[in-house]
Design a protein around this ligand. Sequence first.
Ligand code: 3HC
Length: 303
Amino acid sequence: KKPAGAPDKALAKPVTKVGVLGAGYMASQFALLFLRRLQVPVVITDLDQDRVDKGVAYITGEIDTLLGKGRISSDEANRLKALVHGTTDKSEFADCDWVIEAVFEELSIKQDVFAEIEPIISPEAVLATNTSSLSVEEIGAKLAHPERLVGFHFFTPVAVMPLIEVVKTGKTDDATLSTAMVTAAKLKKNAVITADTPGFVVNRLLAVLLGEAMRAVDEGTPFETVDEAMAPLGLPMAPSVLLDLVGLKVGAHVLDTHHAAFPDRFYRSEKLHELADYGTLLEKDDKGKVKGFDKGALKIIAG
Ligand code: 3HC
């Protein structure tokens, strides 16, 4: 079925090399997905070599995990490892036809990152942003060709979450939108086209849920009680576990962005900012996965 608002597939441009700006957790997760599903070279960059190396180490570690689980052959593991390349030299992006960013969620940083890369890449290349709640059109404000920019918003854990929000700005052209939709399908994700409004669709709803969970905590109900009370609703994760998975800093930032856009509708939690300084709410195992909440994993009682 053709997704609502999707332009003709024939307009899509080929994606033969992917550039990833940012080598943090989200960027590394989707860099791996591009590698696996498109089987094309993926170049990944960040501010310094240390961050780049950590991103590449995550990707190669996940490739080894897939190999260990028997999901890919050793030939494929070697091929994928050979296709990924980390660098601080942006000139290696020159022949990318799809460039996606997941740098720090700050408007001016994202604007500058795109303004820096645009003169290096081909005029035909599509630019995508994984922003979770900033205006995609504003992110493209410094671009000479904002019509080639589209939002491409993944959800964590990228390997298993089925959705991508494709965000169309007032300027995105049909070839760009079509390339985004066809690329999402190749990644085996379900893509929906959303308007360029704060939080798009999913985070707009999640910000209500997580914001109200934080408000209850700030008003004196312990986090454990909030989680326990929500359990019968059948959510895949308790609010504290979901906040931890998203990252407390990112979660606080998403709530702030929604609050700034609609102060009377979204809650901004100072306590969440304080908790973010601790890094995590939950005990994790040695692979960084949270232990089950029901096993008493909450280590900071925020009530
Ligand atoms: N990283 C990578 N993979 C993970 C993972 C993680 N943190 N957690 C789980 N997985 C993988 C597992 O390895 C497993 O894969 P496998 O079958 O290949 O081994 C698969 O997910 C299922 O894991 P589990 O068996 O542990 O299954 P669960 O039933 O516990 O499901 C879950 C895990 C899919 C993460 C489920 O709890 C869930 O859907 N949670 C909600 C997540 C969510 O809402 N994400 C959106 C956050 S908002 C966001 O990202 C937007 C941003 O802008 C803020």
